[in-house]
Design a protein around this ligand. Structure first.
Ligand code: CP
Ligand code: NVA
Length: 308
């Protein structure tokens, strides 16, 4: 069997993604009320080791993968890329070959998406994309799980993304093609999503609508999604903050969405920048369920990678 890498949502069959989400829901339900350190009933990844490589900061991804592999019965090693020979010029290919001799699976958070693809090419074990400049597939699996928990039927839903058409936006674009929801994206032209992602999703029958105002994107939406205006690695913070200011999610903007529309944000958030406090801390904000569900969704992704 080919090695099961989890690099981007467009690469997986819709049925496989559906099965991962179903498993995530089931695993969450099965351990409700348990202490967080207790191993799941079947310990499906007993004896397995996950290595995590970080080129950028992380709170949620690092902690949820670490707790997740433990709940599955496995263990983990966290590696800071700067402390590795990778930081002194050892090739990605050699690093991938070596780590594959020690561990059963590798999660990478990298600056350049192509580096994760190169790593996977040389690895003898599954590789998971834990965020790159181009995408954040694990995040979107958790986000969709969260919407389903709150009664959103993804096939009929209208989701609105506003602000920067960044890495998280790209994975939502890929997901629209796989889960059938409509994605309305509102960004200034300069920060529009990658054309390749939009074309790819449309080729896969994804319903992607592009707007240049937040208001047009949010009109009639069931869900409104924001992310930071300045992502890790962005060097033009001042320009971004200026140009993206009209795309902030305020209560007035939320009023244009469907009554009771949900709010999502992958976190970390900047209150008063991309979202107002009243929205992110309001009754329709799902951001902490979203953060929790990183754990459950990634456990299901790790099981899929190892076919367990
Ligand atoms: N949402 C997310 O990936 O958070 P971290 O950067 O804290 O991992
Ligand atoms: N777009 C953000 C997401 C952080 C989880 C970034 O890349 O910094």
């Amino acid at each position: 069997m080919a090695i099961r890498h989890f690099l981007d949502l467009w690469q997986l069959e819709a049925g496989e993604l559906r099965a991962i989400l179903d498993e995530a829901h089931a695993m969450k339900t099965a351990r409700r009320g348990w202490p967080k350190g207790r191993v799941d009933e079947e310990a499906p990844l007993d004896g397995h080791i996950l290595a995590m490589i970080f080129e950028k900061s992380s709170t949620r991804t690092r902690t949820s993968f670490d707790v997740g592999i433990r709940q599955l019965g496995g263990t983990s090693i966290v590696l800071n890329a700067n402390d590795m020979q990778l930081g002194r010029g050892e090739s990605i290919g050699d690093t991938a070959r070596v780590l594959s001799r020690y561990v059963d699976m590798v999660m990478i958070r990298a600056n350049n998406h192509a580096d994760v693809e190169d790593f996977a090419e040389s690895a003898g074990v599954p590789v998971i994309n834990g965020l790159t400049d181009r995408s954040h597939p694990c995040q979107i699996m958790a986000d969709l799980m969260t919407l389903e928990e709150h009664g959103v039927d993804l096939k009929d839903a209208r989701l609105a993304w506003v602000g920067d058409g960044n890495n998280v936006c790209s994975s939502f674009i890929h997901a629209a093609a796989k889960f059938g929801f409509t994605l309305a994206v509102g960004t200034p032209n300069r920060y529009a999503p990658e054309e390749d992602d939009v074309e790819l999703a449309r080729e896969l029958q994804g319903r992607i609508e592009l707007y240049d105002t937040a208001e047009d994107a949010v009109a009639g939406a069931d869900v409104v999604i924001a992310d930071t205006f300045v992502s890790m690695g962005d060097t033009d913070a001042d320009e971004r903050l200026d140009e993206l200011e009209p795309y902030a999610v305020t209560e007035e903007l939320m009023d244009l969405a469907r009554p009771g529309a949900k709010f999502l944000h992958c976190l970390p958030a900047h209150r008063g920048e991309e979202v107002d406090t009243e929205v992110i801390d309001g009754p329709n904000s799902l951001v902490f369920d979203e953060a929790e569900n990183r754990l459950h969704a990634q456990k299901a992704i790790m099981r899929w990678c190892l076919d367990k």
